[in-house]
Ligand binder design. Sequence first.
Ligand code: SAM
Length: 226
Amino acid sequence: MSTLYIIGTPIGNLEDITIRALRVLKEVDVILCEDTRVTKRLLDKYEITGKQLLTYNEERSGVSFEKIIELLEDDKKIAMVSDAGTPGISDPGTLLVEEVRKKNPKVKIESVPGPSALTTALSIAGVPIHDFSFLGFLPHKKGRETLFKEIAVSERTMIFYESPHRILKALVSLEKFLGVKPLKKVTIARELTKIHEEVKNGTPTELLEFFKNNPEKVRGEFVVIV
Ligand code: SAM
């Protein structure tokens, strides 16, 4: 019986990969990727060749669970990576682990930890993190307002992921529910580990003003911490 490795990969800077992750990627037979083109860039940088790359996603349009179980039962070593960061954190991975455990409990599932935008943002936000809630991506419509209300009254640090298309909308909602002169501050961590990495702290009104004056910064990837 073989092993399924769940590997954390960089969230921007391709140097953010562990020695163990590189060794395991070199040793496995098959790599399950969210997007093979993205993973290929990482493999090319570290000259890892000769691997079978299979597209895996949890909408089930890529390789099936049955095929993955078959490969594992055939003694193939398999690694699973997402496009960036830690699989399962707002990314594919969770269902795969659940399914493999259910279908064949003898398969060894090993973690090969790496970065995540969640922990990276918290590590440089300078806010209390002994007690926080991670909300992933907020829903676009149903339930979105309820979550902003929860964020506004929570005594915990609240953290969520946001896209450039919705970041201003999210700040407008935070302004609405936190108020114009809130006690709570908001931190936006943007483009972490990349050239334009930036952390901005302020009230939602101040941050809206900042992005209005710097529209070129309404780009890239965002983590929001309240
Ligand atoms: N699995 C990833 C992780 O462990 O963080 C998250 C993948 S999720 C599909 C992508 C979202 O994570 C982005 O929209 C953004 O909110 C956040 N994210 C990923 N990389 C980031 C970065 N370099 N800087 C800021 N946020 C990032």
